[in-house]
Design a protein around this ligand. Structure first.
Ligand code: PEP
Ligand code: MG
Length: 566
């Protein structure tokens, strides 16, 4: 049995289903349907929006369903369509006419300087863009049956819009383990392989595919022998899940009982249950930007307060770290277009957006977090991403104070930061006294330290966080944090990788936060060695010649442990 292709294993598990191709961009072959006029396109847009509304309502997502109901009405708004018709009469193309009409209506609403109407402006633009898309003959990204998404890349905003009940797996030509399509797949428990070069060409004309997200193998139009092997692998994966469940009640600790806190990474309030069922001792990273995706407008303060309240209530006395919206890089929102940048990962992203015209977005989120703290009586932990130096820290405190202005905050939040920009890692001891906790984002820290774009599969070999330079940076952050008496966590993907987790324990990290699917493997890895052994191994790794050599130090320990057990 030979794999058709091999990529980067990004989310574990095996899936076999029909291939679903993400519709190509306008004008490309296969995307064009029969020519239709403005009225018909508007009708089709309304029908699409109504069915989206019904699907969300059936899934219990009442708030979002209403947004699409309102949009369905807008799609047939006589005034919008009249303005577009007039432009067509004057020679504009239907697509251009509807876009301009939408833009015109949106600017009028936005100029009214009212938050609710400004949100409507984004809705009108979104509706006009949908009608324009239909006029171009493109299909909406929607699954009709259980399928595996095969695409060059799958932006998180599109993944969030796909029906998770029908999305059986993901296979991408682009991306790496730490790209957000991969992170989202893990959170959804969907097997994924990314960075599979040549995938689109190989899958051309293919009907079905097998994705093995554990090995990184892809099988296009599998034969009977392959399908039998797939069955066997699924059974083994289920058995492993059973063994992991048995570890549920056990703490995360080394063989000699040195404990680390086990945190969960979540992207939606709905993920809380899976994390708690898996034995999470708290949330180490709530990637709130995922909550802003797959919708037509940003969730307002009340909607966000309700979401954070759900998570705080679910975790009770256990800490919940809510990260401020981290947009930019490989994450954007259709209703919040960011200016095009040559290097978006080095651009105006995350906390930097607060100083680039989006302060209100951050303040609304902070007010919602404080509101959830008030409602539940629980202390929220607020975390800012992409902090580069002390001025960013002071700005963060200022934003928190602005959000708290005029309200009685009974429980003060803990305010901490992600350490993911190398500059911050180098001055950790200067910054630590100003914050309540550090959480190291090894995904970004690795890409920035090693100058290796995390979404570029061609650089997969250069993105290993076990690189001695990254390990040394982590050691510095631990020393700086501990000197000031604050806890130091890791919430990048390294924490959920058994060898990475062993290195981090040896370097003195206090908490590991990861997708709940990795809990079992990481608990087993730490339970196989004593703290002194891990510290000794970490010392070797810090002086290793390469990431490969450093990784080998921990892999050989795991190998010895496996032999001793079995
Ligand atoms: C990181 O950079 O390691 C991290 C946890 O944040 P994100 O992956 O969302 O950028
Ligand atoms: Mg990051």
């Amino acid at each position: 049995m030979k794999a058709s292709l091999r990529g980067v294993p990004a989310a574990p598990g095996v899936a076999h289903a029909r291939i679903w191709r993400l519709p190509e961009r306008a004008g490309t072959e296969g995307s064009r349907g029969p020519e239709i006029g403005l009225d018909q396109a508007a009708e089709q847009a309304a029908a699409e929006l109504e069915s989206l509304q019904q699907r969300l309502r059936a899934g219990g997502r009442e708030d979002e369903s209403e947004i699409f109901g309102a949009q369905a009405l807008m799609a047939q708004d006589p005034e919008l369509l009249d303005v577009a018709r007039q432009a067509i009469d004057q020679g504009a193309s239907a697509e251009e006419a509807v876009r301009n009409a939408g833009e015109q209506a949106a600017s009028i609403l936005a100029a009214l300087d009212d938050e609710i109407l400004a949100a409507r402006a984004a809705d009108v633009r979104d509706v006009a863009a949908r009608i324009a898309r239909i006029l171009r003959g493109e299909q909406p990204p929607r699954l009709e049956e259980r399928s595996i998404a095969v695409a060059f890349d799958l932006p998180p905003s599109i993944t969030a819009e796909l029906d998770p009940a029908l999305l059986a797996g993901v296979a991408l030509e682009a991306g790496s383990r730490t790209a957000h399509a991969a992170i989202l797949s893990r959170a959804l428990g969907i097997p994924a392989v990314v960075g599979a070069r040549g995938l689109l060409e190989a899958a051309q004309g293919g009907r079905e595919i097998v994705v093995d997200g554990t090995t990184g193998e892809l099988f296009i139009d599998p034969d009977a022998e392959t399908l039998a092997e797939v069955e066997r692998r699924s059974a083994a994966a289920n058995a492993q899940a059973g063994a992991d469940a048995e570890l549920r009640g056990r703490p995360l600790q080394t063989a000699d009982g040195h404990r680390l806190m086990l945190g969960a990474n979540i992207g939606q309030p709905d993920d809380a249950k899976r994390a708690i069922d898996g034995g999470a001792e708290g949330v180490g990273l709530f990637r709130t930007e995922f909550m802003f995706m797959g919708r037509a407008t940003a969730p307002d303060e009340a909607t966000q307060t309700a979401a954070y309240t759900r998570v705080l209530e679910a975790f009770g006395a256990r800490p919940v770290v809510i990260r401020l919206i981290d947009l930019g890089g490989d994450k954007d929102l259709p209703y919040l277009p960011l200016p095009r940048e040559e290097n978006p990962f080095l651009g105006v992203r995350a906390l930097r957006l607060a100083d680039a015209g989006h302060e209100a977005l951050v303040l609304t989120q902070l007010r919602a977090i404080l509101g959830a703290g008030e409602r539940t009586g629980r202390q929220p932990w607020i975390m800012a991403p992409m902090v580069a130096d002390l001025s960013d820290v002071y700005r963060l405190h200022e934003l928190v104070a602005l959000a708290a202005f005029g309200r009685t905050v009974a429980v003060q939040p803990k305010v901490g930061i992600m350490v993911e920009i190398p500059s911050l890692a180098l001055i950790a001891e200067l910054v630590a006294p100003e914050v309540a906790f550090f959480s190291i984002g090894t995904n970004d820290l690795t890409q920035y330290l090693l100058a290796a774009d995390r979404t570029n599969p061609g650089l997969a070999d250069r993105q290993d966080p076990l690189h001695p330079a990254v390990l040394r940076a982590i050691r510095g952050v631990v020393e700086g944090g501990h000197a000031a008496g604050i806890p130091v966590a890791v919430c990048g993907e390294m924490a959920g990788d058994p060898a990475g987790a062993m290195a981090l324990a040896g370097l003195g990290i206090d908490e590991l936060s990861m997708d709940a699917g990795a809990f079992g493997a990481v608990k087993r890895a730490l339970a196989g060695a004593s703290l002194i052994e891990l510290q000794e191994a970490a010392r070797h790794a810090l002086h290793a010649e390469s990431a490969k050599d450093a990784r080998a130090v921990f892999e050989s320990m795991r190998e010895r442990e496996r032999e001793a057990v079995g």
